[in-house]
Design a protein around this ligand. Sequence first.
Ligand SMILES: Cc1cc2nc3c(=O)[nH]c(=O)nc-3n(C[C@H](O)[C@H](O)[C@H](O)COP(=O)(O)OP(=O)(O)OC[C@H]3O[C@@H](n4cnc5c(N)ncnc54)[C@H](O)[C@@H]3O)c2cc1C
Length: 325
Amino acid sequence: MGNVLILAEHQDGKLKKTALELASKASELAGQIGGQAEAVLVGGGDEALANELAAYGVKKVYALGSGNLEKYNTLAYVKVLADLVKETQPEIFLAAASPVGRDCMPRLAGRLDTGIAADSVELKIDGGKLVATHPIYSGKALVDVTINGSPQVALIRPNSFGLGQAQSGATAELVKKDADTGELRAPMKELIKGASDKVDLTEAEIIVSGGRAMKSAANFEILQKLADVMGASVGASRAAVDSGYASHDMQIGQTGKVVNPKLYMAFGISGAIQHLAGMRTSKIIVAVNKDPEAPIFQKADYGIVADLFEVVPLLTEELKKALGE
Ligand SMILES: Cc1cc2nc3c(=O)[nH]c(=O)nc-3n(C[C@H](O)[C@H](O)[C@H](O)COP(=O)(O)OP(=O)(O)OC[C@H]3O[C@@H](n4cnc5c(N)ncnc54)[C@H](O)[C@@H]3O)c2cc1C
């Protein structure tokens, strides 16, 4: 019997959306190898978090607590996760390809003398083994990877799978453990939050995005005003980022973030394949573009052929009225 363990990231008492996405996938994979989905919450956790994971199929949750785990620390995470893996012997260990996952999981795989499939966009079981698919050559091709070591470790691009159906009332066994981080040669003294308190794009439910047509960083302000009215986050195409109109953490696409919001609004974005790779799974896509032949219209649920500099302020005013602000 092989269990599938996930690293369930959480912050300020809330699970990240990727944790629930991993839970859904882990439960599906565990069913195929005759095991169960389990999760680890580093830094501690309670029944509310465990039951939220249970709604997506997790049966057992390990909450690892210790003073050294309150802030993210690579060495501490690797030590306590390696100890947990040695104790619980999962067949597969999944984590999000997030800054935390990308930082600690390759090191953990090294510590455990196993392999890691990075940046996976699909996972399946074939002949009892995990097969992880990930893009190569800047997304021009996909390659299937299998791992000979144990556990089989894979990092998953956020929003690759979406969430399965939540089961209300499900509960998971919660195992609280005092984790020994050992002596930390590089302790984390302080964690300084970025200037923006906006929702991360990979977690956002509404995104308004601007492309090259925004023409300047100052013009992105009109998108920010629209986003404020709608409770949205602001994204950008690579052309906008490369032109210095938006910061790199706003880039959506193959070499940026993969997003899966309920509503994605693209302003002055042509819809190149590399941009679509990052937002095509959005539930509703709205595109505003001057060119009626722009490829984005083939993907959009609603399209407006117009100048964004006319549409954005109008939309902002109308939404303000509609929302009574
Ligand atoms: C290896 C590789 C990786 C890449 N990764 C990414 C990635 O992660 N993300 C990404 O986005 N791109 C990526 N790209 C770049 C991608 O191919 C496109 O060049 C880019 O997406 C184009 O950005 P854009 O749509 O903003 O600009 P453009 O293609 O220049 O489109 C601008 C659009 O704005 C419209 N427009 C102009 N003025 C107005 C106006 N006033 N009102 C309304 N519409 C107007 C035009 O009609 C046009 O359709 C990658 C490319 C490569 C080769």
